[in-house]
Design a protein around this ligand. Structure first.
Ligand code: C5P
Length: 229
C-alpha cells in the first residue's frame, strides 16, 4: 500500500464565471472540514482597493505595489480589507469586471501568489478560481474543471441577482460573461483552461448537490487509489 502524500491535500476547482464553482467548493470544504479559498474574491478586493486609491485597472506596477500594502482577511465568510467589511461591495458586477481586468497583469498575479498559498492549512483546502490547478496548487490531489453553458450561467446569475432584490438584465449579464470568458481564457498569464489531469464537471443539467457529490466521490476515489497502489 503506497502512502498518502504527506503534504496538505488541496482540491482545486477551476472554471468560468458564474459556473457555480464557488457554491460547490464551499460545500465540499464544509463536508470534508477543509479550509476554503475563494481566489476570485482576492482579485475583486484588488480591483476595489485600486479604485479606492484612484489607480486605473491597467496600471500593473502600481497595482502590484498596492497589493503589498493591503491587509486582506476572511473572517466567518466576511471579507475584510484593512479591517473594513467590504463583502457586499466586492460582489458587484463592476468589481467582477475590475477583477478580470487587474487579473491579466503577471505582476499582480505574482504579488498574490504567497497570499493564496498561505490558505493551505491542515486538514486540507478547497480552492476555487481560474489557475488553482495550473499555477497556485499544481500538486493538488484532485483537480476539477467545473463549467456550464454560457446561457445557463447567465440565467443563474440573473436569478441570483433578482433574488437579492438587485436590478438585473439578462442580455447585459450574458454579454458581460462572454467578455469575461474571452478575457480570462485568452490572456497570456495563467489563462483559464482545463489542465490535462483535471476532471471535467459540466453542471449545465446538474443541481449543486449533484456537483458536490461528484467532487466528493472523486476525492474518495483518489484516496482509495492511493490505498490500492
Ligand atoms: O471567480 P470570480 O468571478 O469572483 O473572479 C473574478 C475574476 O477574477 C475572474 O473573471 C478572473 O479574471 C479573475 N480570477 C483570476 N484567477 C483566479 C480567480 C479569479 O484571474 N484564480
Amino acid at each position: 500500500m503506497s502512502k498518502l502524500p504527506t503534504h496538505i491535500p488541496v482540491i482545486a476547482i477551476d472554471g468560468p464565471s458564474a459556473s457555480g464553482k464557488g457554491s460547490v467548493a464551499e460545500l465540499v470544504a464544509e463536508a470534508l472540514g477543509f479550509h476554503y479559498l475563494d481566489s476570485g474574491a482576492i482579485y475583486r478586493i484588488v480591483a476595489y482597493a485600486s479604485k479606492e486609491q484612484r489607480i486605473a485597472w491597467n496600471q500593473a506596477e502600481a497595482i502590484a505595489a498596492l497589493v503589498s500594502q493591503l491587509s486582506i482577511q476572511f473572517v466567518h465568510g466576511e471579507i475584510l480589507l484593512n479591517g473594513a467589511n467590504i463583502s457586499m461591495l466586492v460582489r458587484s458586477e463592476e468589481m467582477g469586471r475590475g477583477a478580470s481586468e487587474v487579473a491579466v497583469h503577471p505582476a499582480v498575479r505574482n504579488a498574490l501568489l504567497d497570499l493564496q498559498k498561505s490558505f493551505r492549512k491542515a486538514p486540507g483546502l478547497v480552492g476555487d478560481g481560474r489557475d488553482m490547478a495550473s499555477v497556485v496548487f499544481p500538486d493538488a490531489i484532485l483537480k476539477i474543471f467545473l463549467t456550464a453553458g454560457v446561457e445557463i450561467r447567465a440565467q443563474r446569475r440573473f436569478e441570483q441577482l433578482r433574488n437579492r432584490g438587485l436590478d438585473a438584465n439578462y442580455e447585459t449579464i450574458l454579454q458581460d460573461l462572454q467578455t469575461r470568458d474571452l478575457r480570462d481564457s485568452q490572456r497570456s498569464a495563467a489563462p483559464l483552461k482545463q489542465v490535462q489531469d483535471a476532471l471535467l464537471l459540466d453542471t449545465s443539467d446538474k443541481t449543486i448537490q449533484q456537483a458536490v457529490d461528484f467532487v466528493l466521490d472523486a476525492y474518495q476515489e483518489c484516496l482509495n487509489s492511493y490505498k490500492k497502489t
